[in-house]
Ligand binder design. Structure first.
Ligand code: F6R
Length: 240
């Protein structure tokens, strides 16, 4: 794994932007695996600014998102589908028909997992962006998820519900289950770009980079990927 330590969040976002935009310029029909959460917001802001200023085009790009809350329709303001439209897609020329994510309001969860697995098997990610949970989760693969797992429904860990409550009006509104790509879907990406910022990610970053490869810290599987770059600001990298 290649590790880049930056001074702060801004520099982390800028370096991530450089890698992302290079992928898009080299392959205008690339498949981008995308993440939600706070960490990629700086990167997404830079992608939108660059589109406005330089016209880097996303019109033939396809995107696949990691995860979605079970029970929230894509039109719900707290859904990850809305998050992506608001924080990225609305500021680019991406064709929304080419943006893929689990359907949180699907009537049959098992069928929805099968459907999304099929979508993914036809769309290998040229690059997969990841954030890190403070407990070392990637996407919503909580500790002890088997590394061979594909798209599935998870019951979110208490710590994840607490971490995510800041985005909801009340902690009771945070869904308790989510669809997520499994470690296996993530590891199929040609390249993986992991971002981490802030002291609360320091243990997860240590486990991802230097810890034992173990299902008790899902991000540790990334050590087995042939082309994984982790960009952490100095607070997140404090234990390295
Ligand atoms: C988001 C996702 C999660 C987040 C992680 C970090 O799609 O899959 O794994 O990347 O929980 O979240 P933030 O960036 O909010 O600290």
């Amino acid at each position: 794994m290649k590790v880049i330590i930056t001074e702060d969040y801004e520099e982390m976002s800028r370096k991530a932007f450089e890698i992302m935009v290079e992928t898009v310029k080299n392959k205008p029909d690339a498949v981008l695996g995308l993440a939600t959460g706070t960490t990629p917001l700086g990167l997404y802001g830079k992608m939108k600014e660059d589109f406005k200023a330089n016209g880097t085009s996303y019109k033939n790009i396809k995107t696949v998102n990691l995860d979605e809350y079970v029970g929230l329709d894509g039109s719900d303001k707290n859904s990850y589908a809305s998050f992506m439209r608001e924080n990225l897609f609305n500021g680019l020329d991406v064709d929304l028909k080419n943006t893929y994510i689990e359907n949180g309001s699907a009537p049959d969860a098992e069928k929805e997992c099968e459907r999304y697995n099929e979508v993914l098997s036809g769309l290998q990610q040229d690059i997969q962006l990841l954030g890190l949970g403070s407990n070392g989760h990637i996407a919503f693969n909580e500790p002890f998820t088997l590394f061979g797992t594909e798209v599935h429904v998870v019951k979110l860990a208490e710590s994840t519900i607490r971490d995510n409550a800041r985005l909801f009006d009340n902690i009771e509104d945070v869904p308790v289950k989510a669809y997520t790509m499994g470690p296996k879907n993530i590891m199929r990406a040609k390249k993986i770009l992991v971002l981490a910022s802030g002291a609360n990610k320091a243990d997860a970053v240590y486990g991802a980079v230097k810890g034992e490869i173990t299902e008790s810290l899902p991000a540790s599987i990334l050590q087995l990927h042939p082309d994984c770059i982790l960009i952490a600001d100095k607070e997140a990298a404090a234990r390295l």
